[in-house]
Design a protein around this ligand. Structure first.
Ligand SMILES: NC(=O)c1ccc[n+]([C@@H]2O[C@H](COP(=O)([O-])OP(=O)(O)OC[C@H]3O[C@@H](n4cnc5c(N)ncnc54)[C@H](OP(=O)(O)O)[C@@H]3O)[C@@H](O)[C@H]2O)c1
Length: 279
């Protein structure tokens, strides 16, 4: 599994991680087995959130005895993200995850509390050793710039944002901002939250042809395309060990420039949106 430096942290993190939203949909045992198999195969970046119901407790089970292997990320809900509420929310996540620290803690999306308050709480949590780094999610370029005006370059290590073949809007402004300021881009819903292009679609056929040339699957080709820029990571969610295995299989795949160009043409970037779309 290829690893990359995660923003300004000194950590080398797996380019393909594991999402956990609705991971329990196929049953708890299957979800825990999927996460464990993913860890075995190097997908050691695990993304969860206080919002994801029982997911944090399920992650605790999957990482039991192997905490040090994992780059563990959770998120505070915007309506909890006051100076005090963020600390309380983080303590809740740590307790459900049965750990003493998060590797990264994110503001899930921008809410009504001033960013200054949330960031002060993140810095406090960092001083207390409860989080090792922090970042944001669903921030558009102007939000990121506002955050930088508050804390400067460096402390904000990542922005977790929607990114899949049919939704490439972050390439207009968010990605260039992150590249300029050294923040990691963690793309979520890489399979379009279950809307992956089928084999009978024009784009699906392109993925299939490239997959056949490498003896891999169209999903593996898609994951690799989403990782073609240097600071990017991706966090597909798999509820079964078989799906986790397939996703991990893209970890060392390499596509040629010509193949990347074919995918780019089959799933065009589209016009610059007015605001960052969210799920
Ligand atoms: N920050 C945010 O606001 C935000 C928002 C959305 C998501 N996220 C994070 O990003 C993660 C991923 O996004 P997502 O869960 O929305 O969507 P996703 O990863 O794009 O898609 C998940 C769907 O793809 C299927 N799948 C996964 N691997 C597969 C494979 N190898 N073969 C066939 N099907 C496969 C899953 O099926 P099975 O479940 O049956 O395996 C599930 O139906 C989330 O779990 C969450 O951690 C963050």
């Amino acid at each position: 599994m290829e690893r990359r430096q995660f923003g300004s942290t000194k950590r080398e993190v797996a380019v393909i991680g594991q999402g956990t939203w609705y991971i329990e949909s196929g049953g708890r045992a299957s979800a825990v087995a999927a996460l464990s198999r993913g860890l075995d195969l190097g997908m050691t970046h695990i993304d969860t959130a206080e919002m994801y119901g029982a997911a944090e407790e399920l992650v605790a089970e999957a990482i039991d005895g192997r905490r040090d292997e994992v780059f563990l990320v959770s998120k505070v809900l915007p309506h909890h993200a006051s100076r005090h509420g963020t600390i309380v929310a983080c303590d809740g996540s740590l307790s459900r995850l049965k750990t003493d620290r998060l590797d990264c803690y994110l503001l899930h999306w921008r809410g009504n509390y001033p960013l200054e308050e949330t960031f002060e709480a993140f810095q406090q949590l960092q001083r207390d050793g409860k989080i090792l780094s922090w970042g944001v999610s669903n921030f558009d370029a102007p939000d990121l710039e506002e955050a930088r005006q508050i804390v400067g370059d460096g402390p904000l290590v990542c922005n977790q944002v929607l990114y899949h073949l049919q939704e490439r809007a972050i390439e207009h402004g968010v990605m260039p901002w992150c590249e300029q300021h050294g923040a990691a881009v963690v793309g979520y819903a890489p399979f379009g939250h279950g809307e992956f292009p089928g084999p009978r679609t024009k784009g699906g056929r392109v993925l299939q042809e490239i997959a056949e040339a490498h003896n891999v699957t169209p999903r593996q080709v898609a994951l690799r395309f989403l990782l073609r820029r240097p600071l990017t990571f991706t966090i597909p969610k798999a509820s079964s060990p078989e799906h986790a295995e397939e996703n991990a299989g893209a970890g060392d795949l390499r596509l040629t420039e010509a193949e990347l160009a074919r995918i780019d043409a089959a799933f065009p970037l589209g016009p610059r949106p007015r605001a960052l779309p969210q799920l």
